[in-house]
Design a protein around this ligand. Structure first.
Ligand code: NCD
Length: 330
C-alpha cells in the first residue's frame, strides 16, 4: 500500500480551497483514497496511520454526511477524535470562534476540521493556528458559507474516476467528459469547489440553472452557462444536481418548487436525451421530487449518490493521512 501512496511529497498544511490545487495534489489525493478504499473492504478496516494524533471536528453549522464521514475517517486511521457542536459549547457563553480553536489547540489537537456558515472562518483559524503553533496544526475546510467545500469536490472527483476505472482511478479519466452542474449554483460552495477540480481534470464542464440562481458573473470561471436545462442535455455523461439552499435564499428567487422541478428537475425523460450511460450525482441532502424525482435517486443503474457517500470516507482518510504526516507500518 505504501508504495502506491508515496511518489510525491505532500506539502500543503491546510486544505481550505481547491482554487490553487496542483495536478500532483489531485493525483495524490485520488491515489491515496484508492488505497484506503481497499483498506475499507478488509475485515479489519482500521490502520494505525494517525495513532496518537488528535483530530477535532469543529462544526459550527449542522451536518450529517460530512461530519460523520470525517469522524469515521479519523477513527479508521486510529486518531483520537474530539467533537464540538455550538449548542453544547461555551460559544453560548460568549466565547469567540478563535478562542474555541485555541482551546482545542491547547488540548494538543493536530488537525482541525471546520464547518461554518460564514465564508473565511477556516482561513481565519488557519492563520491563528500558524501564528500560535508554528505550523504544527493543519486545518481542513468542511464547508464555509458559499465559498468552498473542498472535500466534497474531491469525493465527487473520486466517485467519478472510480466509476470510470475502479482498478486505476485517475483525474484525467474525466478529460473531455461532458458534465453538467445543475441548480442552485449561486449559493453552492459545492459547485464552486467542483468547478476547480473538474476544470483541472479537463472535463467539458457546463453550468445550468435559473437566471436568479446562476448569474452571468459565473462566466468568469470560463465555462459555458445555460439557463435552459433541455438545451444542455445532449451528449452529457454526468449530471451533478445541487440542493436548493432555501436557508440561504433571501427574497423570492424561485416561483415555486413545482415550477423548478418542471424546468430543472431530473427525470427519466430528460436522461433519455443524454449520453446512454449518463449517471446522476447529488451531494445530499436531497429535496426529493425537486432536484430529482424520487425513483431516480434509488435507481442504482442511474445514480452514483451512494458511491459519493462511500467515497467520502476514503477521500477524507486520504487527506487526514496526507496532512497529518501519517505513517503506515512496514
Ligand atoms: C453540502 C453542504 O453542506 O454544502 N452537503 C454536504 O456537505 N453533503 C450541500 C448542501 O447542503 O446542499
Amino acid at each position: 500500500m505504501e508504495e502506491q501512496i508515496v511518489g510525491g511529497q505532500w506539502q500543503r498544511r491546510h486544505v481550505l480551497t481547491l482554487s490553487d490545487f496542483t495536478d500532483l495534489e489531485y493525483e495524490m489525493a485520488i491515489q491515496t483514497a484508492a488505497s484506503f478504499r481497499e483498506v475499507l473492504t478488509r475485515r479489519n478496516r482500521k490502520v494505525p496511520a494517525l495513532q496518537g494524533k488528535v483530530v477535532a471536528n469543529l462544526f459550527f453549522e449542522p451536518s450529517t454526511r460530512t461530519r460523520n464521514s470525517f469522524e469515521l475517517a479519523s477513527k479508521r486511521l486510529s486518531a483520537d477524535t474530539v467533537n464540538f457542536s455550538p449548542g453544547h459549547s461555551s460559544l453560548s457563553k460568549g466565547e469567540t470562534i478563535l478562542d474555541t480553536a485555541r482551546t482545542f489547540w491547547a488540548m494538543g489537537t493536530d488537525l482541525m476540521i471546520i464547518r461554518h456558515r460564514q465564508a473565511g472562518v477556516p482561513q481565519a483559524i488557519a492563520r491563528e493556528m500558524d501564528r500560535m503553533s508554528q505550523g504544527k496544526v493543519g486545518i481542513l475546510n468542511a464547508g464555509d458559507g458559499q465559498h468552498a467545500h473542498p472535500t466534497q469536490a474531491l469525493l465527487d472527483l473520486f466517485a467519478l474516476c472510480t466509476h470510470l476505472n475502479s482498478a486505476d482511478p485517475h483525474p484525467k479519466l474525466l478529460a473531455g467528459k461532458k458534465i453538467l452542474i445543475v441548480g442552485d449554483i449561486l449559493h453552492s460552495r459545492v459547485a464552486r469547489s467542483n468547478i476547480w477540480s473538474l476544470k483541472a481534470a479537463g472535463a467539458d464542464l457546463h453550468l445550468v440553472g435559473p437566471p436568479t440562481l446562476l448569474p452571468k458573473t459565473f462566466a468568469t470561471y470560463g465555462v459555458p452557462l445555460h439557463w435552459q436545462l433541455d438545451d444542455a442535455l445532449p451528449g452529457t455523461d454526468f449530471i451533478m444536481t445541487l440542493r436548493l439552499q432555501q436557508e440561504r435564499m433571501e427574497g423570492h428567487l424561485l416561483p415555486s418548487l413545482r415550477e423548478y422541478h418542471q424546468q430543472y428537475g431530473m427525470t427519466r425523460d430528460r436522461l433519455q436525451r443524454c449520453h446512454p450511460n449518463v449517471k446522476i450525482l447529488h451531494p445530499g441532502p436531497v429535496n426529493r421530487g425537486v432536484e430529482l424525482s424520487s425513483d431516480l435517486m434509488e435507481d442504482a443503474a442511474l445514480s452514483l449518490i451512494e458511491q459519493q457517500v462511500t467515497s467520502g470516507v476514503a477521500v477524507r482518510m486520504a487527506l487526514l493521512y496526507l496532512m497529518g504526516g501519517g505513517r503506515l507500518p512496514d
